[in-house]
Write a protein of this length. Sequence first.
Length: 100
Amino acid sequence: MRSLRGAAPEVIIGRLNPIITGWAAYYRGVVSSQTFDALDDYLWRLTYRWALRRHPNKPRKWIKARYFGRFHPTRQDNWVFADRSSGAYLHRFSWTKIVR
């Protein structure tokens, strides 16, 4: 994330989504729901801090309206990081079904 500080949201999403889906698919066969929740929280903090740094003079409500919302067609999550212009959104670890 440090190397993506000045990048556009679609670049961040394009770079992180393959890592998230690959890592979650590899570890979905073990007891990992708490780990997935912790990683989702960590990624949310990273993306929110990225948005705050990108727009230091904008209010937090504006940042939420611009970069976060309900973007997944079947999920009701309000805090999904996304790019409104392209429609791309950051996947979550917890969306991966755990198979044992």
